[in-house]
Ligand binder design. Structure first.
Ligand code: CA2
Length: 148
């Protein structure tokens, strides 16, 4: 039998990871994070689709396509976290469990980063643990899919 598929969605500017602001976002690139996720997912018996876009509509399209195709979503919507009702609506419509991830601890940062539209549709949120947050999110989804 094939493994459950987890869609991992990354929003704007996350393609620049590793190049600037390492004190906030760490030194790893998004490709490093994908490698990390692939390894952990394989150990958990999951397949992943790892994606990034700077365009809100791309994120909405991918989340819509997850319905009936993916068993769960890991989402770091970047700055759209704090602005996008469209991404919230897509997540609610997808009807698959979603885990919200942020590299930084958004609650220790500027006030405008402390509200998340994504949180309204997420099973839970992991923030402040850098790239390890993606691994924790995959572990949380694997457990959820097993029903415990
Ligand atoms: O902490 C996170 O993961 C964020 O989702 C990252 C977003 C930010 O807008 C959210 O408030 C929190 C920004 C990602 C930008 O990444 C950069 C990486 C390197 C250089 C510049 C930006």
């Amino acid at each position: 039998m094939s493994n459950p598929v987890i869609l991992i969605v990354n929003g704007p500017n996350l393609n620049m990871l590793g190049s600037r602001q390492p004190e906030v976002y760490g030194r790893e690139t998004l490709a490093d994070i994908e490698t990390l996720c692939l390894a952990r997912a394989a150990a958990l018996g999951l397949d992943i689709e790892f994606r990034q876009s700077n365009h809100e509509g791309d994120l909405v399209d991918w989340i819509q396509q997850a319905r009936g195709r993916s068993s769960g979503i890991v989402i770091n919507a970047g700055a759209y976290t704090h602005t996008s009702v469209a991404i919230l609506d897509a997540l609610l419509a997808a009807e698959v469990p979603a885990v919200e991830v942020h590299l930084s601890n958004i609650h220790r940062r500027e006030e405008f980063r402390q509200h998340s539209f994504v949180a309204k549709a997420a099973q839970g949120m992991i923030c402040g643990f850098g790239s390890h947050g993606y691994v924790l999110a995959l572990e949380a989804l694997a457990r959820l899919l097993k029903g415990n």
